[in-house]
Write a protein that binds this ligand. Structure first.
Ligand code: MF3
Ligand code: CO
Length: 276
């Protein structure tokens, strides 16, 4: 089994700085989502946030392997039936659209990665519910992160959360992942699985947890650009992601502006940031 990178307190503080850049970019992009805005406009906004913070993009020119062209933007803008990896373009957002914004940043060699789903004005009720179910699945996964727990506990919590919500497609082709001195590291964090299986969660481990949920089939198809991944049946999809770590004191949601404090309190879970 591949070794897991365990961060020192100093490195966790850099992970937090990267996470705060991600939170700032999401806030700026979300505020700009409205009918008429293009997905390329959202990419421009994210680039400005990176520049303002002296951070670098971990998405731009990223290639997951030989033969896959380098990713051409700093954010993935996945509209409606696009599940993940939509490439910013001159496409305009329309009222009622669902837009997922997956964004990452690196600060002094440490990485943050998170995704939010934004609704452009009033959307159809099932679409709003889809995003809420996916966000809840993310928080179910985050809530299952505990010292001496396992990655399988997280996977299982996500799967159960989506199952309990009703008839949804839970995408299996993509997983969450370890994160730290690179964006994608061991271990994989699947969005389904069995409790008590998989690697143990220990201090210094950082994970990106990222459920993708659809209103129909869970099958995903990647288009000829080698990036844009859509649902096989054209149903709409949502994506929510955070980067998280766990200290002796509790959870620290590195890509949440407040570190996750408000939501963790609501759930009665310990909030465990490191002091600056
Ligand atoms: N952020 C994505 C993930 O969650 C990766 C995006 S691929 C990229 O793993 F090329 F856009 F970077
Ligand atoms: Co990710």
């Amino acid at each position: 089994m591949s070794r897991l990178e365990l961060k020192t307190p100093e490195q966790l503080r850099l992970m937090r700085r990267a996470g705060l850049v991600v939170a700032a970019a999401h806030k700026a992009m979300a505020a700009a989502v409205r009918p008429g805005v293009t997905t390329a406009d959202l990419d421009d906004i994210a680039r400005e946030v990176l520049a303002r913070h002296g951070a670098t993009s971990n998405f731009l020119h990223y290639s997951p392997g030989p033969g896959i062209p380098p990713y051409p933007a700093v954010v993935c803008t996945s509209v409606n039936e696009v599940i993940v990896h939509g490439i910013p373009s001159s496409q305009t957002i329309a009222a009622g659209d669902l837009v997922s914004l997956d964004f990452g940043a690196a600060v002094d060699g440490f990485h943050g990665d998170a995704a939010i789903t934004v609704l452009a004005g009033p959307v159809a009720e099932p679409v709003a519910k889809l995003s809420a179910v996916t966000e809840e699945a993310l928080w179910a996964g985050l809530s299952a992160v505990r010292l001496s727990g396992t990655v399988g506990d997280i996977s299982h919590a996500i799967e159960q959360s989506v199952r309990r919500a009703g008839r949804y497609g839970l995408v299996r082709e993509f997983t969450g992942h370890g994160i730290g001195s690179a964006m994608h590291m061991a271990p994989d964090v699947p969005n389904f699985g069995r409790p008590r299986r998989g690697p143990k969660v220990v201090e210094g481990l950082c994970l990106a947890i990222e459920p993708m949920v659809t209103l129909g089939s869970r099958r995903a198809v990647t288009l000829d650009d080698d990036w844009t991944t859509v649902t096989a049946d054209g149903s709409w999809a949502a994506h929510w992601e955070h980067t998280v770590t766990v200290t002796k004191n509790g959870l620290w949601i590195l890509t949440a502006e407040d570190g996750g404090e408000a939501e963790l309190n609501r759930r009665g879970l310990p909030f465990g940031p490191l002091a600056d």
